[in-house]
Design a protein around this ligand. Structure first.
Ligand code: PHE
Length: 345
């Protein structure tokens, strides 16, 4: 008797169909749920005579298996049908595109530009392959100044008897100052971001190329106080309002007086730590009042005008801001490193 019941259910279950999700669920409940037909058979199973138990058991299993497979097949059919009927978006890419991130040096350079722009500085640009005239001569470097030496400079070509005709990779962005002063009369208020090259062995702390942002302001009555205030504002915008600055006397051929500027160490707040070598200060830039010789060499009357200039290293600022300890990371294009700056973009 029970065998007949199973046979008829088997036939029934393999012929059922469903046209929507509700009907499918109803089928599942009818056959496969706790209170469904198959479980009811299981309950009857204990009344089956011992010698038939094996055959009946196998039939019930077959029925259960058939019900599961058939209902699953119906579900699959229904799902693929739904996909087909959806409108196709032909503009969608075939695979997800991962967006890249800005390079940390670009992020920091943009931030520097942004801060100085708000103080009225405009952008100026110049060539990376430059002549000696703009890199050294007009910047008041003496003909025998050591910076002209092969040790520091990459030469593209050297003139046999006129150093000012040498062509080289610029070793600082001060050459842009010279170019702007040549063609513009004051007031001049510019920043020049750019890549510079020096003939140095590549280590964690030095590289043969890096990035600078040069600043130049020339007008009547520009004083050292103006320079100091602009640099203080920059430092506090960049590293936080509690940042302090100090200027130490220094030397550059193109500025007089010249100074190097430190900021209070933003890791320890100036108390002294391993990062600032326990001094409480870290150096970030060079600056000074434009040497009157430079103004004259570039066609600006030094009796009427005065100015200041400063130059900072973008790598240096990035190192301080993001604690990057090895300069080489900036040019290795290791995406694991670059991805760390995703949130700063
Ligand atoms: N040109 C200098 C350097 O490369 C930086 C600097 C710029 C210093 C302007 C003073 C004024 O080191």
């Amino acid at each position: 008797m029970i065998l007949e019941k199973i046979e008829s259910l088997l036939k029934e279950v393999s012929e059922v169909s469903a046209s929507n999700a509700e009907e499918l669920e109803a089928l599942r409940l009818k056959y496969l749920s706790k209170k469904g037909e198959i479980n009811a058979l299981m309950a009857d199973f204990r009344n089956v005579a011992a010698d038939q138990k094996k055959a009946v058991g196998m039939k019930i299993n077959e029925l259960k298996q058939t019900a599961i497979e058939h209902i699953n097949a119906l579900r699959e059919q229904m799902e693929t049908k739904n996909d087909d009927s959806e409108e196709l978006d032909l503009t969608r890419t075939a695979y997800p595109i991962k967006l890249g991130t800005r390079h940390p040096l670009t992020i920091v350079r943009n931030e520097i530009i942004d801060i100085f722009s708000r103080m009225g500085f405009t952008l100026a640009d110049g060539p990376e392959v430059e002549d000696d005239l703009h890199i050294f001569t007009k910047m008041n470097f003496a003909a025998d100044h050591p910076a002209r030496d092969m040790q520091d400079t990459f030469f593209i070509s050297q003139h046999p008897n006129d150093v000012t005709k040498n062509i080289l990779l610029r070793s600082h962005t001060s050459s842009v100052q010279a170019r702007v002063m040549e063609r513009t009369q004051p007031p001049i208020r510019i920043i020049c971001p750019g890549r510079v090259y020096r003939n140095e062995a590549i280590t964690a702390r030095a590289h043969c190329f890096f990035h600078q942002v040069e600043g130049l302001y020339i007008d009547k009555n520009v004083s050292f106080t103006d320079l100091k205030q602009v640099l203080l504002t920059f430092s506090q915008e960049m590293f936080g309002p509690e940042t302090q600055i100090r200027l130490r006397p220094s030397y550059f051929p193109f500025t007089e007086p010249s100074a190097e500027m430190d900021i209070s160490c933003h890791i320890c707040g100036g108390k002294g730590c391993g990062f600032c070598k326990h001094t409480g200060w870290v150096e970030i830039l060079g600056c000074g009042m434009v040497d009157p010789n430079v103004l004259e060499l570039c066609g600006i009357d030094s009796n009427v005008y005065s100015g200041y200039a400063f130059g900072l290293g973008v790598e240096r600022i990035t190192n301080l801001k993001y604690l990057v300890s090895d300069l080489r990371m900036f040019s290795e294009n290791d995406t694991r490193f670059l991805k760390e700056f995703e949130s700063a973009n």
